[in-house]
Design a protein around this ligand. Structure first.
Ligand code: 3HC
Length: 284
């Protein structure tokens, strides 16, 4: 079961990265977005990233064109019908994802493998919306997808072993180190990362140190590329809150409970880099 054509649904931050690394691996990619404007925005995001790689002399200009030439954009879901693998990277909303997969189930070949890039929702809950739960996996990439070297490949109770193997092989083919996980909230990385980020906010709330000092402590003391508050702003405070709430709902444990400061910041629209302001100010 070799994957040659990849369908990607959603071309935001994660979808564009997944489409890009698939094309960089020489695979044919079909990206579906909701309208023409979103298709163009997605293509611009990929072209921009590749252009930066050219400027950094990490990629030849002709190679950039070849990579972009492997990605076709469409607004028609039916154009994903012949993909060997469809990776979903739309909004983190279970109903929206279930609806999408039910539609894909009716359109795609019986052999097509379905994958979700969700960071927090149960893969099994999406697989149950299709008649192919055995051909369903999680493929959890990390932001920024082209630079982060990991993908978590997630199996549900129903995932067939050969489908899981094919998904792991795909992860390796697109240049990632594969970590295998079961369909448990947060998989491996967010299970450990989310309590760490929440604890950093609790430390700030308790007045242990300033956010700058906490960030410096973790960067210089532990060798992390970003401190927790820089990472919270990078991931998105709204996204972190959303994941924390799902994990708290599942485990009912204090370490997954969102500190009041996080909820207040999100309510105030301070979502991090994407909104121009989170723990830090990005206005200029
Ligand atoms: N093309 C190719 N390479 C590029 C590039 C591009 N467009 N842009 C940057 N690079 C390369 C750089 O050349 C550099 O390579 P080098 O180390 O060989 O010199 C490397 O990528 C780092 O780039 P920069 O020096 O420009 O930037 P930074 O050093 O600030 O690194 C970062 C940026 C990679 C984002 C780094 O800060 C980092 O790793 N941060 C942590 C990110 C993280 O933890 N992500 C996971 C979030 S959790 C998640 O996604 C899960 C979800 O479920 C919440």
């Amino acid at each position: 079961m070799q994957i040659q054509t990849v369908g990607v649904v959603g071309c935001g931050l994660m979808g564009s990265g997944i489409a890009q690394i698939s094309a960089q691996a020489g695979l044919a990619v079909v990206v579906r977005e909701v309208d023409e404007a979103q298709c163009q925005k997605g293509q611009g995001r990929i072209a921009g990233f590749l252009q930066k790689a050219v400027e950094k002399q990490k990629l030849a200009a002709e190679e950039k064109d070849r990579i972009l030439g492997r990605i076709r954009f469409t607004t028609a879901l039916a154009d994903l019908a012949s993909a060997d693998l469809v990776v979903e990277a739309i909004v983190e909303n279970l109903d929206a994802k279930r609806e999408l997969f039910a539609a894909l189930d009716g359109l795609c070949a019986p052999a097509t493998i379905f994958a979700s890039n969700t960071s927090s929702l149960a893969i099994g809950d999406m697989a149950a919306a299709t008649r192919r739960p055995e051909r369903f996996v999680g493929l959890h990439f990390f932001n920024p997808v082209p630079l982060m070297r990991l993908v978590e490949v997630v199996r549900t109770l129903d995932t067939a072993p050969d489908v899981f193997d094919a998904a792991c092989a795909f992860g390796a083919a697109v240049g990632k180190t594969v970590v295998r996980a079961k369909d448990s909230p947060g998989f491996v990385v967010n299970l450990l990362l989310v309590p760490y980020l929440l604890d950093a906010i609790r430390a700030l709330e308790a007045g242990v140190a300033s956010k700058e000092d906490i960030d410096a402590g973790m960067k210089l003391g532990c060798g992390y590329p970003m401190g927790p508050f820089e990472l919270l702003d990078f991931v998105g405070l709204d996204t972190t809150l959303y994941i924390a709430d799902i994990m708290f709902h599942e485990f009912k444990e204090y370490r997954y409970s969102a500190p009041p400061m996080l909820r207040r910041l999100v309510a105030a629209g301070r979502h991090g880099r994407k909104s121009g302001r989170g723990f830090y100010d990005y206005a200029r």
